[in-house]
Design a protein around this ligand. Structure first.
Ligand SMILES: Nc1nc2c(ncn2[C@@H]2O[C@H](COP(=O)(O)OP(=O)(O)OP(=O)(O)O)[C@@H](O)[C@H]2O)c(=O)[nH]1
Ligand SMILES: [Mg+2]
Length: 284
């Protein structure tokens, strides 16, 4: 996906106005989207989720050798899906495999259990189109919510989010939530290595340290439709904590580009020059 030149603060050349018009046309073009879905015994839930993903261009299911026929259900309901089989070593390992297999402009990570509403995908993609590299769902910003969180998980998430805000100088409202969209072009820069549920934390904190543009988007988490959770609050909370502390060894946001890196007066002057040139060419 191309980005408007001013997002990078690159110098405008002659004809910049026409270039901007081209950008406007580009913005109107919808990027392609891959849904990456990690699954471990989610056959029943996929029956609900997959028919609701008709709007995405590609579906990648990474199955942890489920015993309930999850992979077969995926192939039957979505014959064009890429179904990858991996040992059940954790959600993180599955997500990394899914990111590697995805081919679209934008990747949306979505759980298989029906807790993430596929109707929210368009809003995630819209923010990517606005220039963000990573868009993380939040159950706690205004407009978000959860039908699913126990008090223990809510309290743990709150503490971990506050710590992330201090360590990474951000103002997030929800750290441990897996509904996330990102540009496929930034996956390599994220250096993901996590195997378990700490993958979302790793993705978010590495996005900060590599200077990516991150937005939070309200999301409403629904109840898992059927089956059991694979998350263990104590064990996985500790893994999140370790990932956060380890990731903080690098600089934070030192090179983080601002959404509009070129100062406004300078940009206006450049655009004026380009406009003058276009008018000159038109009159000459
Ligand atoms: N491939 C694969 N997928 C996994 C593994 N562990 C979890 N998942 C999937 O990762 C997603 C998130 O796991 P959940 O068990 O729903 O975790 P959670 O959302 O924190 O827990 P609940 O709120 O209780 O549902 C689900 O789609 C799981 O099927 C694994 O080892 N391998
Ligand atoms: Mg879940």
């Amino acid at each position: 996906m191309h980005e408007p030149e001013f997002l990078h603060g690159a110098g405008a050349r002659s004809g910049a106005l026409l270039q901007h018009l081209d950008v406007a046309r580009h913005r109107a073009t919808r990027p392609t989207v891959t849904a990456v879905i990690p699954t471990l015994n989610e056959a029943e839930n996929l029956r609900w989720l997959l028919p609701r993903l008709s709007g995405v261009d590609e579906v990648v299911v990474v199955d942890g050798e489920s015993a309930d026929g999850t992979a077969d259900v995926a192939r039957r309901l979505r014959p064009d899906a890429v179904v990858i089989s991996r040992p059940p070593t954790g959600k993180g390992a599955a997500m990394r495999a899914g990111f590697e297999a995805a081919t679209s402009d934008v990747i949306v990570a979505i759980d298989a259990d029906g807790s993430m509403d596929p109707r929210e995908i368009d809003a995630f993609v819209a923010l990517i189109c606005c220039g963000f590299d990573v868009v993380k769902g939040s159950r706690y910003c205004v407009g978000g919510g959860s039908d699913d969180l126990t008090w223990l998980r809510r309290a743990g998430n709150l503490l971990l989010t506050r710590l992330a805000n201090v360590l990474y100088r951000v103002r997030w409202t929800d750290l441990c939530y897996g509904y996330i969209a990102l540009r496929r072009s930034v996956v390599d820069r994220l250096n993901l290595a996590a195997d378990g549920f700490e993958i979302e934390t790793e993705l978010c904190v590495n996005a900060v340290t590599t200077g990516l543009r991150i937005a939070e988007l309200p999301s409403h988490e629904l109840d898992r439709r059927s089956g059991v959770s694979k998350l263990n609050a104590g064990r996985d909370g500790l893994r999140v904590l370790r990932t956060m502390v380890r990731g903080r060894r690098g600089p934070v946001g030192g090179a983080r580009p601002r959404l509009r890196a070129t100062p406004a007066p300078e940009r206006a002057a450049r655009e004026r020059t380009a406009l003058e040139q276009v008018l000159e060419e038109a009159s000459g």
